[in-house]
Design a protein around this ligand. Structure first.
Ligand code: AMP
Ligand code: ZN
Length: 666
């Protein structure tokens, strides 16, 4: 037995090290595949041996815990704000002020100011015990379950570490990951997120930690707090944090004078755009902790630190025209076409104007000279119009009233910022966009057919909706530009093969607004076939786990369109999967509907995961912890005594594996 324990512990240690190499050092020493194999091995062992459970195991990075209400926690040490300076003179004034308060030479640590959401992590005996948001500086929200999913946050420290301490840092979302998230949102017909900072800070408060785990967040650390830490300077504390396994950016520098601080600032002002994440300035800190203590705090911020904010780069240029883009869902986005201009290392030609309100607010007009800024956003934005340069002939911008694509009159739904083209099945951009979504990899994954070919097929009147794909013939395709016989055959075969794609992916492929991959899975599982879904009312839909009114309304709206119903009938006739397949269905019932189970311990005839799947397949719910809402606690061998106690206290019925199978005849 102790042998198994050792194997588990060694695997955890090894995986931790690989995580560290990959996420913190950016230098993987094994392949993703090998990592996965080891992780699965550990998962299997942990499942068989729940007695060796460890809340900080690398297997728990995937999240799953759901927090309904975040606890408010008073910080061990207050989280102060920082004073800001906007010019080198301001910074020089600060230096003069502090020189009057302390004797001797002053060294400064210069760090980048990371633009995200601040977090305070507590470690005890080398393990992460708690993560709390800044909140108002005195108290914040406990978001430990979410933070544990962030791979750059060590769950278990390396080397020497103080017995107990807090460490502060910033949760950020690098540009790459942010862009990927947005690509997915756009593919699902959702509005892209505006900037990485708000998305990072919004992520901390998501209820479902598994959703947080899917977001490529990172944690950059900058401050150790606590007693008896054995450090005497800020720079030293950064090095120490790094040695314990935290990600501390290498840009941090120890400088000996304010002039060296200026050099640091000027350098990073130039090259900051090459960083993989957003920085909005530099934080200058008096290096000696002794001197820091001498300087102390104002009511808001430390006197020993100062933030220097980079100027958001701004240029002025001419607005040549405004064009209007139509998305796959019919949403209209006005776009400013600008006289090309250099900004923050790129040539800017266009900027989003978001919607009619934004145009109204800026009172922006064609031929205006406008100020363009690149701040936290990736897409540059127009912040103002230079009214002094407005030509006298200037005319107020009239927002378009008809679709630029199909000329249908636009509608604006109350409470929504954007105008929509309601010509769902006649507006070619929407039609093409929807078919492109239908064939995409995560949807029907049709091989041999690309986005451009779809556009061509629509323009040539060969298809008008995705159901028409199933009637295409090689003979029809051959005459098309650049279509050889082989590619025509591939296309037809690819379409044929898509008839094997399971219902849940088909449901996603239909392109119902707000029905992304996860929602499609939930709906497929709940309704089992398209007819049941089509007949569901808004109230029915809202009863389904995690389906809100917005999604419910969108689903109902989709099926009230006569044309959609016809298209679906055609898909059915062609043999596309519009119900859950028989073998999946064979194992599913509603026997456990309305019941919530907690599964604990080791079982004889099934593994824990098999048991959980069985519960879900039969309509039951798995909860991670016992509450008054739990219907049954299925107790296996070696279940912890605290679970039993809690169940008894809350009056939750305890049943054995055998009793479970007998009772529900499973
Ligand atoms: P402000 O929000 O403008 O009051 O600035 C203070 C915040 O800057 C802190 O709460 C931190 O979240 C953040 N920050 C980012 N990078 C650093 C850094 N290197 N050192 C200290 N604070 C930082
Ligand atoms: Zn249109």
């Amino acid at each position: 037995m102790s042998n198994i324990k050792e194997i588990i512990q060694n695997l955890r240690k090894e995986l931790r090290e690989h995580n560290y190499n990959y996420y913190v050092l950016d230098e993987a020493t094994i392949s993703d595949y090998e990592f996965d194999v080891k992780l699965k091995e550990l998962q299997a062992l942990e499942e068989q041996h729940p007695e060796f459970y460890d809340a900080n195991s690398p297997t728990l990075r995937v999240g799953g815990e759901v927090t309904k209400n975040f606890n408010t926690i008073v910080h061990n040490h207050r989280m102060y704000s920082l004073d800001n300076s906007y010019s080198l003179e301001d910074l020089k004034d600060w230096e003069t002020r502090i020189r009057k308060l302390i004797d001797g030479d002053i060294q400064y640590t210069c760090e980048l100011k990371y633009d995200g959401a601040s977090i305070s992590l507590t470690y005890e005996n080398g393990s992460l015990t708690r993560a709390v948001t800044r909140g108002d500086g005195f108290q914040g929200d406990e978001v430990t379950a979410n933070i544990k999913t962030i791979k750059t946050v060590p769950l278990q420290l390396k080397g020497d570490y103080p017995q107990k301490f807090d460490i502060r840092g910033e949760i950020i979302l690098p540009f790459d990951g942010f862009n990927k998230m947005n690509e997915e949102r756009v593919a699902n017909g959702e509005e892209p997120y505006r900037n990485p900072r708000n998305t990072a800070s919004g992520s901390l408060k998501l209820q479902d930690s598994a959703e947080v785990a899917r977001r490529p967040l990172e944690c950059l650390l900058y401050n150790l707090t606590g007693d008896n830490l054995g450090i005497d300077s800020q720079f030293h504390s950064l090095e120490k944090a790094r040695a314990m396994g935290f990600k501390v950016p290498e840009a941090a520098k120890l400088t000996n004078s304010i002039d060296e601080v200026f050099e640091f600032i000027n350098h990073w002002d130039k090259v900051r755009h090459d960083l993989p994440y957003e920085t909005d300035g530099v934080v200058v800190k008096v290096n000696s902790l002794f001197q820091q203590e001498e300087l102390g705090y104002t009511s808001k911020a430390p006197r020993w630190a100062m933030a220097y904010k980079f100027k958001a780069e701004q240029v002025s240029t001419k607005l040549n025209s405004i064009s209007y883009q139509v998305g796959r869902t019919g949403a209209i986005t006005p776009v400013a076409n600008l006289e090309p201009v250099e900004l923050a290392g790129t040539t800017v030609k266009r900027a989003s104007l978001h919607n009619a309100d934004q145009i109204e607010k800026l009172d922006i007009r064609v031929n205006d000279e406008v100020f363009v800024e690149k701040g936290g956003e990736i897409i540059p934005k127009i912040i103002a119009v230079d009214l002094s340069q407005r030509p006298s002939s200037s005319q107020k911008t009239e927002y378009i009233s008809n679709c630029p694509e199909c000329n249908t009159e636009l509608v604006r739904i109350e409470g929504e910022a954007k105008h929509y083209c309601p010509n769902y099945n006649g507006c070619s951009i929407q039609v093409i966009g929807r078919i492109q979504h239908y064939i995409s990899r995560k949807a029907m994954d049709i091989e041999g057919l690309g986005g451009e070919t779809v556009a061509l097929l629509v323009k040539e009147d060969l298809i008008a909706n995705y159901s028409d794909l199933y009637e295409l013939t090689v003979e029809q395709l051959m005459p098309l530009d650049r279509m050889a016989e082989k590619s025509a055959e591939n296309l037809v075969n690819g379409v044929e093969a898509s008839k094997g794609i399971p219902f849940e992916s088909v449901l996603f492929a239909l392109g119902i607004r707000f029905v992304g991959e996860t929602v499609a899975k939930k709906l497929a599982k709940h309704y089992k076939n398209i007819d049941a879904l089509a007949n569901a009312s808004i109230e029915d839909l809202e009863q389904v786990d995690e389906i809100g009114v917005k999604i419910a309304e969108s689903v109902v709206a989709f099926f009230t369109v006569e044309a959609n119903v016809k298209i679906i009938e055609r898909l059915k006739a062609f043999g596309v999967q519009l119900e859950i397949s028989a073998d999946v269905l064979a194992n599913q019932t509603n026997k456990l509907e309305g019941l919530a189970f907690v599964v604990s311990g080791v079982f004889e005839t099934v593994s824990r995961n098999e048991l959980k799947k069985l519960i879900e397949d039969n309509g039951g719910k798995n909860a991670s912890s016992i509450s008054s809402k739990t219907s049954y606690l299925i107790a296996g061998d070696k279940m912890g005594p605290s679970k039993k106690e809690k169940a008894e206290k809350l009056g939750v019925t305890l049943i054995s594996e055998k009793e479970f199978f007998d009772k529900f005849q499973l």
